[in-house]
Design a binder for this molecule. Structure first.
Ligand SMILES: Nc1ncnc2c1ncn2[C@@H]1O[C@H](COP(=O)(O)OP(=O)(O)OP(=O)(O)O)[C@@H](O)[C@H]1O
Length: 300
C-alpha cells in the first residue's frame, strides 16, 4: 500500500462506561474507497467525528496525512447526515457550494471567474444547475443533500468523510452522487463512506469496515460480507446471499420483528429490489418471501 492518508492505531472510544469500539487499526490509502457498515449505535458516525477532530479517542491515535486529526482541516471534506436547513437560511444553492472552495488554495486566491466556473461545474455534476440561484431553505431534503456533496468535493480534499450521503436520494441521484465520489477517488481522494446499504456503492468499494458492539472486521467486500463473518460479529446466525451482484443480508432468527436481542436488525428486502442491503426493518413476510424465492432458485 502507498503511504496511508488516514491512519487509526489501537483506537478506541466509548461513552458513559460503554465501549463503542476498541483496538481499531486502519490505514486508508489515497484513492481508496472504504465503506463503514454496522447496526445503529455501533459508532460509525463517532468514527467520522474522531477523524474530523470533533471527538477525542480514549485510546490510540487518529492521523490524517501523518498529523493528528484536527477540527477544520481543509484537507478533509465531509458530507454530513441529512438535516433539513431552515427555510430562512440566507444562502443560494451556488453560495453553499462556493463555501466549500478554499479561497486561498496553494496560497493563490481564486479568481472570481475561476471560482464561478468551478461552482457551476460542481452544480452541474450533482444535477443542481436548475436551482443554482434558489435559497437552500426552499429546496427538498434530497436537493440539499446534493449540494452538501458538491460542497464537500469542492476543495478536492485528501480525505472525504461521508455519513449516509445517499439517504433520501432517489435512485438516479444515488447513482450520480456515487459516480461523483468515485471520480474523486481517481483524483486521489480517500473516501470513508458510512452507510446502511452497501449495494448502491458495491461497485466502488475497495474495502469494508464492519462494526458491531462485539467487534469489527476489515477486508474486501468478499472477505467481510460473508455469513460466517457477520454471524460471528453479530453473535447470531446471519445469511449473506448474492443476487445479480447485489447482497442480501438476513437473520435466520426473528423474535417478532427483531433479529437478535440487543441488536438492531440487518435487513431483508425483496431480492428483486436492486437496492437491497444492510438496512431497515424486517418483516416475517419479507423473510418468507425471500426464503420461498430462494427455494425457487431465484437467489444465488
Ligand atoms: N458525545 C457523546 N456522548 C455520549 N454518547 C454519545 C456521544 N456521541 C455518541 N454517543 C453514543 O454513542 C453511540 C454510537 O453513536 P453513533 O452515532 O456513532 O452510532 P452510529 O453507528 O453512527 O449509529 P446510526 O447507524 O444509528 O447512525 C450512540 O449510542 C450514541 O448515543
Amino acid at each position: 500500500m502507498s503511504e496511508p492518508v488516514l491512519s487509526l492505531s489501537t483506537a478506541g472510544i466509548g461513552f458513559h462506561g460503554r465501549t463503542l469500539w476498541r483496538e481499531l487499526d486502519l490505514d486508508v490509502a489515497p484513492g481508496e474507497f472504504l465503506a463503514v457498515l454496522g447496526p445503529n449505535g455501533a459508532g460509525k458516525s463517532t468514527l467520522l467525528k474522531v477523524l474530523l477532530g470533533l471527538q477525542r479517542l480514549d485510546t490510540g491515535t487518529a492521523t490524517i496525512e501523518g498529523r493528528p486529526a484536527r477540527r477544520g482541516s481543509p484537507r478533509v471534506g465531509y458530507i454530513p447526515q441529512q438535516a433539513t436547513m431552515a427555510a430562512e437560511t440566507p444562502l443560494r444553492a451556488r453560495d453553499m457550494v462556493a463555501l466549500g472552495l478554499d479561497g486561498h488554495r496553494y496560497g493563490i486566491r481564486w479568481h472570481r471567474r475561476t471560482m464561478r466556473r468551478r461552482v457551476d461545474a460542481l452544480l452541474e455534476k450533482v444535477g443542481a444547475t436548475d436551482y443554482a440561484d434558489v435559497p437552500v431553505g426552499l429546496l427538498s431534503g434530497g436537493e440539499q443533500q446534493r449540494l452538501r456533496a458538491a460542497q464537500a468535493l469542492a476543495s478536492e480534499p485528501a480525505v472525504l468523510l461521508c455519513d449516509e450521503p445517499l439517504h433520501s436520494l432517489d435512485l438516479h441521484h444515488q447513482q450520480a452522487i456515487t459516480a461523483l465520489i468515485q471520480e474523486q477517488t481517481q483524483a486521489g481522494t480517500a473516501v470513508v463512506f458510512v452507510t446502511h446499504e452497501i449495494n448502491p456503492v458495491i461497485d466502488s468499494v475497495d474495502r469494508v469496515l464492519y462494526m458491531t458492539p462485539e467487534g469489527h472486521r476489515i477486508g474486501t467486500t468478499a472477505e467481510v460480507m460473508r455469513s460466517e463473518v457477520l454471524s460471528a460479529l453479530y453473535g447470531a446466525p446471519i445469511d449473506v446471499l448474492e443476487h445479480r451482484g447485489r447482497l442480501v443480508v438476513m437473520s435466520q432468527h426473528f423474535e417478532g420483528h427483531h433479529c437478535a436481542p440487543g441488536h438492531p436488525e440487518p435487513s431483508v428486502q425483496a431480492p428483486e429490489d436492486p437496492r437491497v442491503g444492510v438496512g431497515p426493518h424486517v418483516h416475517d413476510d419479507d423473510h418468507r418471501t425471500h426464503r420461498e424465492n430462494h427455494r425457487d432458485g431465484e437467489v444465488r
